[in-house]
Design a protein. Structure first.
Length: 193
């Protein structure tokens, strides 16, 4: 009996990711990672400017370290906010289709055979892909932040959006840059009691 039959998919959380897309493929990805319960671990917004706490500085520094850990990654704009991180991650591997100057996601060939267990070719342990990058970032940041605040924790998932054209790239970059100034209207804003 399969697990899905036993529990009738009661405990299965549907993925929000595109089923046809290989997240190890060359493209630009807009990523949002939230702290658990959207707790304000990373600092505060004062007069439209993000003032990083010590844990915020760690989150920022680890983001900047991603290309050192993953040489096929380039970074676009990013911002560490009080309870989340927004950033553009550009996967640009030499052995794949080259990523153009400001990245356009290319269509994917669906003819590859599946491997890697239940996750198939999307298994992050087998591929250099977005999930592996984010897992490293979250793990490294958690390890260092818990030295300062033992309660630090990320939300279990992250949100990603494949950037498909120049206009979208530009709009997302502007959104990231202006995020602190628009904090009070931000859907991630939460007033602490």
């Amino acid at each position: 009996m399969q697990v899905s039959e036993k529990f009738k998919n009661k405990y299965r959380i549907q993925s929000t990711r595109l089923q046809y897309w290989n997240y190890g493929r060359n493209a630009a990805y807009f990523v949002t990672i939230c702290t658990k319960n959207r707790t304000h671990f990373f600092g505060q917004i004062i007069s439209g400017t993000m003032i990083l706490s010590e844990t915020g500085k760690i989150a920022n520094q680890n983001w900047l370290t991603i290309p050192k850990q993953f040489p096929y990654v380039k970074l676009g704009d990013h911002i560490v906010m009080p309870n989340h991180v927004h950033g553009i991650i550009i996967i640009d591997k030499n052995d794949d289709d080259p990523v153009e100057a400001r990245l356009i996601a290319l269509p994917q060939d669906h003819s590859h055979k599946k491997s890697g267990g239940f996750a198939g070719n999307k298994n992050p342990m087998l591929n250099n892909n977005l999930s592996r990058i984010i897992r490293w970032y979250k793990g490294r940041t958690t390890f260092e932040c818990r030295k300062i605040d033992s309660d630090f924790e990320w939300q279990s998932r992250f949100h990603d959006h494949i950037i498909r054209n120049e206009k979208s790239f530009s709009n997302i970059s502007n959104y990231i840059i202006n995020n602190p100034a628009n904090w009070k209207e931000d859907k991630f804003h939460k007033t602490l009691l």
